[in-house]
Write a protein that binds this ligand. Structure first.
Ligand code: C5P
Length: 234
């Protein structure tokens, strides 16, 4: 079953917790990203755990292997259930992060970011090929570096599931209607299509946090996920 993660992109714990309360019981996961983490520090993770959420700590780490190893250990000690690193950090960096996870019974999963969903074709410095080819190449690497999953757009999931079926796919850039405003996101997809493509986790921020009724918006996306899973299993 694909799981919904709500990105709590706020800069105070108060605002983030207010939103979290509205979606409690409807959504299994919340995302703590750079904005909230830098403002509130690692104790914010425990706040959401105490509210019954699993916590996706989206810090997108990218540094020398030893520094990422230390940061992954700190994230694990803070109680994160899932942590992101950049696959472009390479084999040794990714292996160090994966080793931290293994030494803690894989309680915290490591997901590698491929190409951010805000990038469109031709926008990446020094790369003129197709973004889906680049993501597929990164998935091949990731599948041998011990990470649990990959962060990619919905458009790349089917290819990844063929190339590296053991990798879980986490998909941001989710929008409810294909042609609706996508803010800064470029490689977007609807929840239904992302699930049908095989995505395991859907990360949704503004379509829920900026909705008039965030709980109903989250519930509607959950219903769409459930319906798509049913279609998939027919
Ligand atoms: O508001 P929106 O639904 O665009 O939020 C998407 C969330 O997913 C943001 O918190 C963003 O940082 C995160 N994310 C992303 N692209 C990635 C990895 C994470 O948009 N490749």
């Amino acid at each position: 079953m694909a799981e919904l993660i709500v990105a709590l992109d706020f800069n105070t714990a108060d605002d983030a917790c207010k939103l979290a309360k509205k979606i409690q019981g409807v959504v299994p996961w919340v995302k703590v990203g750079l904005e909230l983490f830098i403002a509130e520090g690692p104790q914010i993770v425990q706040k959401f755990k105490a509210m019954g959420f699993k916590v996706f700590l989206d810090l997108k780490l990218y540094d020398i292997p030893n520094t990422v190893k230390g940061a992954a250990l700190s994230a694990c000690q803070a109680g994160a259930d899932l942590l992101t690193i950049h696959l472009s950090g390479g084999k040794r960096m990714c292996e160090e992060a994966a080793a931290v996870s293994r030494s803690h019974h894989e309680r915290m999963k490591i997901f590698g970011v491929s190409v951010l969903t805000s990038f469109e074709e031709g926008e990446l410095v020094g790369y003129t090929g197709k973004l889906s080819d680049l993501v597929e190449m990164m998935a091949k690497g990731a599948s041998q570096w011990g990470v649990h999953g990959i962060v990619c757009s919905g458009h790349e999931v089917e290819k990844i599931k063929k190339t590296a079926p053991q990798l879980l796919c986490l998909t941001p850039g989710i929008r409810l209607e294909e042609n609706k405003t996508s803010d800064d996101q470029r490689r977007v997809m609807t929840p239904r299509k992302a699930v049908l493509a095989g995505s395991d986790f859907l990360v949704v921020g503004r379509p829920i946090t900026k909705a008039d009724d965030p709980r109903s918006a989250a519930q509607a996306i959950n219903d769409e996920i459930t319906e798509a899973m049913r279609e998939l299993n027919k």
